[in-house]
Design a protein around this ligand. Structure first.
Ligand SMILES: NC(=O)c1ccc[n+]([C@@H]2O[C@H](COP(=O)([O-])OP(=O)(O)OC[C@H]3O[C@@H](n4cnc5c(N)ncnc54)[C@H](O)[C@@H]3O)[C@@H](O)[C@H]2O)c1
Length: 281
């Protein structure tokens, strides 16, 4: 896809961080933008920053709910006739040792970070194939998908699943609907609100009575908060995504120590040596 003007993009997790940066970039290119997020007030405020309301639609959506994502797709196709770009970007984080994280922690991250992407694929891809137009799916995983980060195991696991799902989707669409490209965005540390993901934790994943508030989880969440605060700006991710769509490039990775860390893991698999802790400052 080279020409973006008047095309239609849908972005989940668009009220904040990387999602907002992508929505803003698409808007600046003259696209119609559907912004979806679970956090109503933040979504309304974010959408109002894009000035032409005729090109912007905000839809409160919990990506873990298949019916809600179906309704999002229906709303986007009804409002703008078609959809060209879908960014399955919404995501959340919890820290802690894998044996201390609660069942609710596991369920929450699988539901948002994995099923959220699956729901986006299931709701949008059949409609995009039927539309027959050129388009692109961008799934947000993380460098956590391909590095070893102890005490972030639930997050790493969910992002590894997001990466794997995206790789298979890429090959499937190459065979079935080659007009649709796929990219997986694997950010390094980005200055967003990810460390306060608990603000959007629904009651059904209540922390009440669970064991997650341990010193280990607090220490990890503090380290992530500091790492993210020192991270690069989300607008860099929006540029990386835009270029990836233009180039029909699948892996959208940082070109710094994080990529080296991912390579170390590949070598360890090749050599059958044991994992290294590959956190990059
Ligand atoms: N910030 C980083 O360093 C970093 C690194 C790697 C990957 N990522 C990934 O980038 C993506 C965007 O996160 P961010 O860093 O911009 O964080 P963020 O918290 O600033 O934005 C995430 C957005 O997702 C929304 N959200 C949460 N649960 C949702 C749900 N169930 N349904 C719909 N929306 C929901 C939040 O309300 C928020 O607006 C996530 O998938 C995250 O895992 C971030």
């Amino acid at each position: 896809m080279i020409d973006f003007e008047n095309k239609v993009a849908v972005v989940t997790g668009a009220a904040s961080g990387i999602g907002f940066a992508m929505a803003e970039k698409f808007y600046q290119l003259g696209m119609h933008v559907v912004m979806a997020d679970i956090e109503q007030d933040a979504l309304t405020a974010a959408a109002s920053r894009l000035e032409d309301p005729s090109r912007v639609m905000a839809v409160v959506t919990d990506v873990s709910d298949p019916d809600a994502v179906d309704a999002l797709a229906e709303a986007a196709f009804t409002a703008f006739g078609t959809v060209h770009i879908v960014c399955n970007n919404a995501g959340v984080f919890v820290g802690g040792a894998s044996w201390e994280c609660s069942d609710a922690d596991y369920r929450w991250l699988i539901d948002v970070n994995v099923r959220g992407i699956a729901n986006g694929i299931r709701s949008f891809v059949p409609k995009m194939i039927a539309a027959g137009e050129e388009g692109h799916i961008v799934n947000t995983a993380s460098m956590a998908a391909m590095t070893t980060m102890p005490f972030s195991s639930v997050y790493c696991m969910s992002k590894a699943a997001a990466l794997s799902l995206s790789e298979c989707l890429f090959k499937e669409l190459e065979i079935v609907a080659p007009q649709l490209g796929v990219s997986v965005l694997c950010p390094e540390l980005i200055n967003t609100s990810l460390a306060s993901a608990q603000r959007n934790r629904p009651d059904q994943y209540s922390k009440q009575g669970d064991l997650t508030d341990t010193d280990m989880s607090k220490m990890t969440e503090q380290a992530i908060a500091e790492g993210v605060a020192s991270g690069i700006e989300p607008t860099v991710m929006a540029e990386r995504v835009l270029q990836g769509i233009k180039d029909r490039k699948f892996y959208l990775l940082p070109q710094d120590g994080w990529k080296d860390a991912a390579m170390i893991r590949q070598e360890e698999i090749q050599q059958e040596s044991n994992p290294t802790f590959t956190y990059v400052e």
